[in-house]
Design a protein around this ligand. Structure first.
Ligand SMILES: [Zn+2]
Length: 171
């Protein structure tokens, strides 16, 4: 499976690009959202802690997880539900739930693209998909794929922070 760092990097880059192109105004977009995206991006792998196996992927790796988060987000949005704690930090509960929906969806996509087969409709169906891209590469190079992907993502993130965000504003 892709490394945890890959999941985190893709999630934070995705939310950062989202902020850049849809929010523009930095002040209205608390940096806590980036942290939440990082957590959301690894969230489905929590089930490994419970099952103690890297080869089993069940409910948390199904499409129901992003769907449930998205529905809860819509629910919170419609009923204007927010928690005091989040409100104090200028955050919004529905947006946090949407980040979890997007983060877990991206996670499933990455798992499927790189090595794993997923059961997107588990437990309703055990139908499995997965492109297993790594296995299609010459075996000598296979173990290089994931570190190279990570290196490129990290490089992009560092350049982004340096030149686009001006790192001083960031912390
Ligand atoms: Zn996973």
């Amino acid at each position: 499976m892709p490394y945890t760092t890959t999941h985190v990097l893709v999630a934070i880059i995705a939310i950062e690009l989202f902020r850049e192109y849809f929010f523009k105004n930095n002040k209205k977009f608390p940096r806590y959202y980036i942290l939440i995206a990082a957590i959301a991006g690894v969230f489905p792998d929590i089930e490994y802690l419970i099952r103690m196996s890297y080869h089993e992927r069940f409910f948390l790796h199904s499409l129901f997880v992003p769907l449930i988060f998205a529905l809860l987000g819509l629910f919170a949005l419609r009923l204007k539900i927010n928690s005091k704690y989040l409100g104090k930090k200028h955050m919004n509960l529905s947006f946090v739930l949407f980040i979890f929906a997007a983060g877990s969806l991206i996670h499933l996509g990455l798992d499927a693209i790189f090595v794993e087969t997923l059961m997107p409709f588990y437990p309703i169906s055990e139908y499995a998909i997965g492109f297993e891209l790594v296995s299609k590469i010459k075996s000598n190079y296979q173990e290089l794929v994931l570190p190279i992907v990570d290196a490129l993502l990290l490089f992009f993130w560092i350049m982004w922070m340096q030149f686009k965000l001006k790192i001083d504003d960031y912390f």
